[in-house]
Design a protein around this ligand. Structure first.
Ligand SMILES: NC(=O)c1ccc[n+]([C@@H]2O[C@H](COP(=O)([O-])OP(=O)(O)OC[C@H]3O[C@@H](n4cnc5c(N)ncnc54)[C@H](OP(=O)(O)O)[C@@H]3O)[C@@H](O)[C@H]2O)c1
Length: 364
């Protein structure tokens, strides 16, 4: 009896080990099986490194001739940073390939499957497709739009406040919810906030997970370049790549930040702030496929208004703050009626001690 799904699940778990290291490439895992024994396995470990199929072939303990490969994403058929995986599979003598997701990258898009079939390799597609597809939500969005996938994340109290009337927000949720935020940061290529959050909270926005912490790139939306030079963000920008997105074109104002290690991204202006559409285009061009927005309600509103949000993570902590002037998660002018709100689909609910995480996908 052959456990096709079990082998693909193993490949999926392997693929996840690449989280935080491969962007803007996809997460991919592969397992090679002969006589019902896994003889080799591998995953895409880092951007520019060997693809999962070649890793699995390299790790084979015995000859893969006549074996089956289980791979979460269609093997590539073009020369990129690595030679085509379909070629390596053909040369290895593997006779069956089970594939989870097809690769929408125009350079692959069915060609990988065709190349294998032309070489008389049996190809079975769509094995655990949904699970394999969900590995690469960011990659699929990025390939289709050339812009990052955007998640808004905020923590609010039972009465819907993200900060007190005096601006204090640390901490609305407990330790285990905050540990989840750090695990999530690792999955995204960049974290973004507005300069208002830097003024009020002076955050570091790094990734403090126990397992192999990799901090995402940090992006601060700062129209007039007001980020304090002594902020933790600026002071740690030699250790963690940091972009200040601004409309300020005065080079003499850029250079002190640059000396600390920040990079400056000049964008067009819209409604007196940086133009977020222009910013998304520029971020896409520099290879940023995913953004975790942890800003305040001002930036959150602008992103929603511009239809730039794909997903929302709303934490509800077991506290109340009250106060008419205490901020909520979405500020700006607001929508006129509930019908004007974007449509959301509830995609996940989790509990962390007394706190709740609600996740929503925006329906386009
Ligand atoms: N509980 C939570 O999850 C959480 C998370 C983050 C923050 N907070 C709290 O939220 C408060 C800060 O709120 P905030 O609304 O001031 O923070 P914010 O949204 O992070 O920053 C707002 C600032 O970003 C700048 N910005 C640049 N381009 C923008 C654009 N296109 N659209 C909108 N803003 C743009 C604006 O200043 P310029 O135009 O001058 O650059 C604006 O004033 C603090 O009290 C903080 O503690 C809570």
């Amino acid at each position: 009896m052959v456990f096709h799904e079990t082998y693909m699940k193993t490949a999926i778990e392997l693929a996840k080990k690449g989280e935080g290291y491969v962007s803007p490439n996809p997460l991919v895992g592969a397992v090679i099986v002969k006589d019902d024994i896994i003889i080799g396995s591998g995953y895409h470990t880092k951007y520019g490194g060997l693809h999962a199929e070649r890793e699995a072939l390299k790790n084979c303990r015995t000859s893969p001739k006549g074996a089956s490969m289980y791979v979460t994403l269609e093997p590539c058929s073009h020369y990129g940073k690595q030679p085509p995986c379909a070629l390596a599979i053909i040369e290895s003598g593997i006779d069956t390939v089970y594939i989870g997701s097809s690769d929408p990258n125009p350079e692959v898009n069915g060609k990988g499957i065709q190349v294998l079939r032309d070489a008389n390799i049996k190809v079975v597609t769509g094995l655990l497709k949904e699970e394999c597809d969900s590995l690469n939500t960011f990659f699929f969005h990025y390939i289709a739009t050339n812009r990052p996938y955007v998640t808004l994340k905020f923590a609010m109290t039972i009465d819907g406040k993200i900060a007190s009337h005096s601006g204090k927000s640390q901490w609305i949720t407990g330790e285990s919810a905050r540990a989840q935020v750090h695990r999530d940061r690792k999955r995204y290529q960049a974290i973004m906030v507005g300069v208002g959050t830097v003024f009020q909270d002076n955050p570091v926005l790094n990734c403090r997970t126990k397992e192999n912490p990799v901090s995402p790139i940090r992006i601060i939306c700062d129209t007039k370049l007001r980020t304090p030079m002594n902020s933790k963000i600026v002071q740690t920008s030699k250790e963690i790549p940091t972009y200040l997105a601004t409309c300020c074109t005065d080079k003499s104002k850029h250079s002190p930040y640059e000396m600390y290690g920040c990079s400056i991204l000049v964008t067009k202006q819209q409604n007196g702030h940086i133009d977020l559409n222009d910013l998304m285009q520029q971020l896409g061009k520099i290879g940023i496929d995913s953004l975790f927005v942890e800003g305040g309600g001002t930036l959150n509103w602008s992103l929603l208004q511009e239809n730039l949000v794909n997903h929302i993570q709303c934490y509800i902590g077991n506290k109340v703050l009250g106060g008419q002037s205490a901020k909520t998660a979405i500020l700006g002018t607001g929508f006129d009626t509930p019908n004007d709100s974007p449509a959301f689909k509830l995609s996940n609910i989790m509990c962390f001690d007394e706190d709740i995480l609600l996740e929503y996908d925006i329906i386009t």
